[in-house]
Unconditional design. Sequence first.
Lengths: 648, 306
Amino acid sequence: MNTTFPRLLLDHAARRPNAPALREKDLGIWQTYSWSALSALVQSLACGLAEAGLMRGQHLVVVGENRPRLYASMLAAQAIGAIPIPLYQDAAANEFVVPIRNADVAFAIAEDQEQIDKLLEIRDRCPQLARIWFDDPRGLRNYRENGLASLDALVEAGRAHAAAHPDFFMAEVERARPDDVAAMFFTSGTTGNAKGVVHTHATLIDRAQAGARFDKLNERDEVLAYLPPAWIGQNIFSYAQWLACGYVVNCPESASTVTLDLKEIGPTYYFAPPRVFEGLLTSVMIRMEDASPPKRWLFDRCMALARRVGPARLDGKPLGLLDRVGWAAGNLLIYAPLRNSLGFSRVRVAYTAGEAIGPDLFTFYRSIGINLKQLYGSTETAVFVCLQPDHEVRADTVGVPIEGVEIKVSESGEILVRSPGLLKEYYKDPAATAEVLDADGWYHTGDAGFVDATGHLKIIDRAKDVGRIVGGNADGALFAPKYVENKLKFFPYIKEAVAFGDRRDKVCAFVNIDIEAVGNWAEKRNLPYGGYADLAQKPEVLELVRECVEKVNADLAADERLAGSQISRFLVLHKELDADDGELTRTRKVRRGFISERYRTLVDALYGGDTHRFVETEVTFEDGRKGRIAADLKILDAKTFVIARSAA
Amino acid sequence: MSVPAAASLRTGATAGAPPETLSDARVPSSEMAKTASLADVGPAPAGRRRIGEVVLDVQRISLAFGGVKALTDISFDVREHEIRAIIGPNGAGKSSMLNCINGVYQPQQGSISLRGKTFRHMNPRQVAKMGVARTFQNLALFKGMSVLDNIMTGRNLKMRTNLLQQAIRWGATEREEAAQRRVVEEIIDFLEIQAYRKTPVGKMPYGLQKRVDLGRALAMEPQLLLLDEPMAGMNVEEKQDMSRFILDVNDEFGTTIVLIEHDMSVVMDISDRVVVLDYGKKIGDGTPDEVRANPDVISAYLGTTH
């Protein structure tokens, strides 16, 4: 393999110039960019960027939703040897400062007014940011800022430059080596400040191709790109693999139309973190609750059958005649229409990753005939480490190491990975690089887990998060917070949960209700409420949450190893945990340490035996302003169960 | 569509076509998409939005329903590109004032001139043809129709093909519909209601219905937009959204806006000048700061909370 992303693009453009490369829904109509049109656009942008002064080895910030011209901008930067840094479009302006200053970025391409405003806001702190271009001119016509121009202007300048220097573009593309740096991704930073993960063309393309071979992806596949392009998952699926395989990437019209666009496109290859699957399931369940009793009865009957035979069917196990007939009938009446309404009719391979998925949630999708699988990987490994082969899918493992990957478990239980897709380094941070990448080329994932008897990798939690209960009834028991939180989050009423218990005598938890699901539930019971904080403290809602917690406890009690993690006390938070307040990462992972510091009084109250506690919290609104909300939170006890001794 | 074509279309939309072809739908079909583009409406203001000449001049209007005097001797003017607010307590005569401008009510005394043309008796259709659009306090949308169709009704005056052609549809009507649909889609895009394009309006939340109402008025490509309590019954977030859209309309298309509003804070933030009515009489007129400082206004409105 000796290629780079721009060369892959030119290969596609030469081999099948009129095949669709990208689609974007614009003014209600899907518009197609063919490979040849795309490569022409990339050439213009590349020449424009070069003329503006972007040099080989310099960085270009790209920030926005999935838009064809932003993808083209990344390719254009790579074509002249510059390094694109995709940034999270929903990040606050402040969060742009570190990447821009760290990499001394002078050039940026942004999607729209929202992103431009953020970049302009931080310009005094980032004086090196000289040139900024925007894709969508709406609202920007009266901006008179130094170095601010539209992408159209850049394309025009690039065309003029290309006319004057016809050989420039090809010469630049030829100069690129596979070992050159291709892109830099800032990790969401579950711990501490974001770090820039440096990947080369070779690392990204190698993993993209290995993944594609594993699932036999080809140029007829369709993908919907709707997650932040700054996240390596989206970048691999809709950029690296897109160029490696030559399939079609579709960009939704806007964030609010994703479910509609999903239905229209009907992707064949789909990727989503568990929360998206969770959100889809919640919306289905809410709508089913509103359905008429006969429909509900039919749905329940069919789903019961699906849960029993669906996963086995997808795993390729033989089914009895009766089950086969039953499943076919269910498919006709419920499963196929449901898949269609979710937009999954044509899905051949679907992946979930990013965090552990609840087994019930996972089984739901597999039971209705969607080939949902799990994979294991991270930004540092260019995603693909372990994947689940078709017919070998289980809810509690993440699959087998794919070609090129070696895995071993360290003495402390941490998983180590060696593969051709490992990061080159953390940008300007040799100390951090040395910490995760040892002399023998092993990458330390920080995840605790083991390889089971069938060769599948099983992840328990982050290595540093797995703790022990000290004192109390369950002294010495294993405490896996993520495991407990995930079990809670499977209930449609619970959006987030944070469990505490390491080096403590019992497990306690914060719970965030799901305003949509609980609001609906309250409406049905004619329960009036005045907003999130009020609803969260209604006695009826607390009782509802208590039921969920106790069900989780009953579940945990059945597993000897994890029975000690049962939740003794809990409270329902008065505000939603939010990335803007630093409580979640941009990929919506709970930052447990930060939360326990921020809500120290609440944690103390949980362990101190109080029945309620007053709390006042600062919140950051979407526009960056700050406010305070206060509430008196009730603290409840939950029933715990005796540990079920096996073969008792 | 190939990339260069898409790119040039966008450039066309922002740079603006020659103003003389603005609302002429009978142009060759290749030109149609460009000329029907919403972004072309009105001359683009250079630099910051500049306030121009007087476009609407209301002189000594009095309106009475039998013995009830709704409006007494009201005069004010509205300048090009400005956002002009009419405020006042309940029953002050705000909506009556708007209905006079709109041609729904005929004032017994006084005159209204629009771009120098003075009129006393004009019906709403004539006023609409002069480039005046409005929204309604109590939403007058077609509840059973989709967002798309509702906004399309705002294009009514722009349709050029006749009944016979429309019955056949093939040819001119089809082209016209596509061109009109483009304008409607641009409005949907502008108001960020893409997810509701095909949703029946009656099923949408109230705040979004208000947005559709605004969209239908915008579909007329008005030079003067009358908004009757655009934020009534909305929560804070919806009010913020609506304020942003009103400012965006004013900024992007240079549309002159007259709005009636109850919520003082909103008005003061987004208006250039404010008229204050109380019991059918004008008690204040000026910039938000001037109005805020006016003792009559304070005693009639601002001083009391309600």
